[in-house]
Design a protein around this ligand. Structure first.
Ligand code: 3HC
Ligand code: NAI
Length: 695
């Protein structure tokens, strides 16, 4: 018999304890254990009720996701839930921690549900590209009505115990030990002669306008199909008998399980967790960090300081002048007010942070006792070197010196100090207190415990931490520079920026690259281009993008860029001057424009992204393909349901993609030189995911 579900007897009540750490996922052994122990309880003379409880930190976190995509193993979860519900005994779920997905479905198969106040429930299957597949779409609407059930299912959000009680998902809340609660609740129910209460036998709820709900959910999902499919499954719960509704649910679930979207999202789920696991950091003790310094309180410095303060660290922020210091203080204060408004901190925490944890200074001596300092001054090597020389002079021994540079050489910055082993890149994304990605850039001489501390700090700041090697732009910005160039080239060849944005938005990006450029400010790229041209001595070579900036159009902040924002930021319309400038440049360079379909645009954009990503992995700048995938997902708005560029590449097929790249290389061999790693994988008939699995 499976040892994953323990059986104990407490007078006339049997207790089934699920023991499958860390979160009691419903593996085959757990499913079999539940079946067997239900049989045991029913055969055990004198047992009147069964309490199901989870050992450890959760009731049940859902189906075992590692089994998805493998041949199904009996008993199936829907059968287990039906078997529990059909028991002649009174069955009670005693919930604590999370009851998610299949976990909530098991609980809804029980006749009564009790939870501790900190318990959370949810049906997060949409985050895996799925719908609930063990009766969730049929039982939840019967318990709480269609609107509330659709809200829970289509958002996949976690619902706290008190809201779950109000909705009617659980019957009662009680503080204390979940098992004791379950036993006393069962005893009360038995004493009150409560009868079994199978949810499947409850009347179906009122219906809604299903087509309207389906369409609205599809639009909200921005191309993701599973939330809209929840609507169809719930529709079946209202319009068909329970057993038929279950068949509809199963059919949709099985179809989605085979879909590329669920493959992408399941890859994202595991990669998000795997990305921070580095074998070389096992057993390496991080340095203790309590007080950090931040140099520069502009966009990034203020955001980094905010993130650190919100995680409970003390921050000393250094600016060049008292006036710049005041501006930095105001920025941080504004960020903290936002956190207060969103309920992330209490008014007391807000006041304590501002009065005690934050200090704005202008004198480097104030950084003598910081444990780690993050530099976020102008992106200029000579300024960075000056800053690091000063830090080297004042910071205590063992302090970590980090740079937030976007592109510059961290080895060169480290060489400006007498302690390159303590120097590391911590590359945050804007706004730094919101964006989840942190690239941890390991330079040649960075000590291993400094790397471990970078990861520990990132965890504390609740970031997705990706290890990167030193190169121009590290993982993300280096790949970005390449696919943006490919995109700009497509414009010259004939695609409009609006067609490119539309194609990529349909692919799943929240904003296309030119809408993003307008948001970030066109002046940033303009300054870089001017600097590079000056370095190369080719100041005369101006592009349509330069001319747009020369006319004072920097995007959203000036009201015009690629788009015209006169009617509001959301009501963007193409700026006709842009098409004229592009047409002018095409004719000056003798280009006859060609048509691009949306599919061709996506294909070219993605080919450039994947090729550069393969170079980044091949050169060891990114450790594994999944590190690139997580960088693009959490830093660059890559649609989660594609899993990341390299998972997307695996799904569409590497040989075809390589053929596309080789075709482009006929026009521009230097830019489109196929990545050696991609060629190797194609020759060996392997995928990027094979490299992830190899570690
Ligand atoms: N299956 C398999 N492994 C799981 C799992 C699951 N359902 N849930 C979590 N794990 C694993 C994680 O991969 C991780 O493994 P690792 O240590 O090797 O990286 C470990 O358990 C701990 O997980 P976290 O690091 O995420 O721990 P947290 O405490 O931060 O979060 C959690 C716990 C909230 C349960 C979070 O893990 C989670 O959201 N899990 C997924 C829940 C989910 O999606 N459930 C629905 C599954 S689909 C389903 O039930 C289909 C059904 O309708 C038929
Ligand atoms: P910013 O121009 O908004 O802020 C820079 C701040 O540094 C200014 O407040 C300035 O007064 C201060 N400063 C300059 N020299 C200083 C010195 N010697 N000592 C103390 N303070 C000094 O710039 P931003 O955008 O915050 O960028 C900072 C760094 O972060 C750059 O290296 C940039 O490449 C990088 N970065 C920027 C991102 C972005 O989206 N803006 C994203 C990720 C990294």
């Amino acid at each position: 018999m499976s040892d994953k579900v323990a059986y104990t007897r407490h007078d006339n009540i049997a207790v089934l304890t699920i023991k499958n750490p860390p979160v009691n996922a419903l593996s085959q052994a757990v499913r079999q254990g539940l079946m067997d122990q239900m049989d045991h309880a029913e055969a055990d003379t004198g047992v009147d009720a069964v309490v199901i409880v989870g050992d450890g930190r959760a009731f049940i976190a859902g189906a075992d996701i590692t089994e998805f995509g493998k041949p199904p193993m009996a008993p199936s979860l829907p059968d287990v839930v039906d078997r529990i519900e059909a028991s002649p005994l009174l069955v009670i779920a005693a919930m604590h921690g999370v009851s998610l997905g299949g976990g909530l479905e098991v609980a809804m198969g029980c006749h009564y549900r009790i939870a501790v106040p900190s318990a959370r429930i949810g049906l997060p299957e949409v985050h895996l590209g799925l719908i609930p597949g063990a009766g969730g779409t049929q039982r939840l609407p019967r318990l709480i009505g269609v609107a509330a059930a659709l809200d829970v299912m289509t958002t996949g959000r976690q619902v706290g115990a008190s809201e779950a009680l109000e909705m009617g998902v659980i019957d009662t809340i009680k503080d204390g030990n979940p098992l004791e609660n379950g036993l006393s609740f069962a005893a009360e129910l038995l004493e009150g002669k409560a009868s079994r209460r199978p949810v499947s036998e409850m009347p179906a709820p009122e219906g809604i306008d299903w087509d309207a709900a389906y369409e609205a959910t599809l639009v909200r999902g921005r191309g993701q199909i599973s939330p809209a499919q929840c609507v169809r499954a719930v529709q079946a719960s209202v319009e068909r008998p329970f057993a038929e509704g279950m068949l509809t649910e199963r059919q949709i679930f099985m179809e989605l399980l085979k879909s590329d979207q669920s493959k992408g999202m399941i890859h994202a789920f595991f990669s998000e967790r795997a990305v921070g696991h580095l074998p070389e950091l096992k057993g390496v003790a991080p340095r203790v960090i309590e007080h950090i310094g931040v140099i520069g309180g502009g966009t990034m410095g203020a955001g980094i300081a905010t993130a650190a303060l919100l995680s409970g660290l003390r921050v000393s922020l250094l600016e060049m002048t008292a006036q710049a210091g005041e501006a930095a203080h105001a920025r941080i204060s504004g960020n903290l007010s936002g956190a207060l408004k969103r309920g992330k901190i209490t008014p007391e925490q807000h006041d304590t942070i501002l009065s005690q944890a934050l200090r704005v200074i202008t004198d480097y001596q104030g950084l003598a006792d910081v444990d780690l300092v993050i530099e976020a001054v102008f992106e200029d090597m000579s300024v960075k070197k000056q800053v690091f020389t000063q830090l080297d002079a004042v910071c205590k021994q063992g302090a970590i010196l980090a740079t937030n540079t976007s592109y510059l050489d961290v080895d060169e910055i480290a060489a400006a100090t007498s302690r390159p082993q303590d120097v590391i890149g911590l590359h945050f994304f804007s706004p730094a207190h919101v964006m989840k990605l942190l690239e941890i850039v390991v330079a040649d001489k960075t000590a291993i415990d400094v790397v471990a501390t970078g990861f520990e700090l990132g965890k504390r700041l609740k970031k997705i931490n990706v290890r990167a090697g030193v190169c121009d732009g590290f993982i993300g910005n280096r790949i970005l520079a390449t696919y943006r160039s490919a995109s700009d080239q497509m414009i010259l060849e004939g695609a409009s920026p609006y067609a490119i944005d539309a194609a990529l938005e349909a692919f799943g990006f929240a904003m296309g690259p030119y809408a993003v450029a307008d948001l970030a400010g066109l002046d940033i790229g303009w300054a870089v281009r001017k600097r590079k041209r000056a370095e190369l001595g080719v100041e005369g070579a101006r592009t349509y993008a330069d001319k747009l900036c020369e006319a004072g159009h920097f995007g959203q902040k000036t009201g015009k860029g690629y788009y015209d924002y006169a009617a509001g930021l959301k009501a963007r319309v193409p700026n006709p001057d842009v098409l004229e400038l592009i047409a002018q440049e095409r004719s000056e360079t003798g280009i006859t424009p060609i048509e691009f379909t949306a599919a061709q645009i996506v294909r070219r954009y993605m080919a450039a992204m994947v090729n550069e990503a393969a170079k980044v992995v091949g050169e060891g700048v990114a450790r594994r393909p999944l590190d690139v995938d997580m960088t693009l997902l959490f830093g660059y708005g890559f649609p989660r349901y594609h899993g990341g560029p390299l998972k997307w590449a695996d799904i569409v097929g590497l040989p075809d993609l390589l053929a596309d790249i080789e075709e482009c290389a006929k026009q521009d061999p230097a830019f489109w030189e196929p990545a050696p790693l991609l060629k190797e994988l194609v020759a060996a008939g392997k995928t990027f995911d094979d490299l992830n699995k190899a570690g």
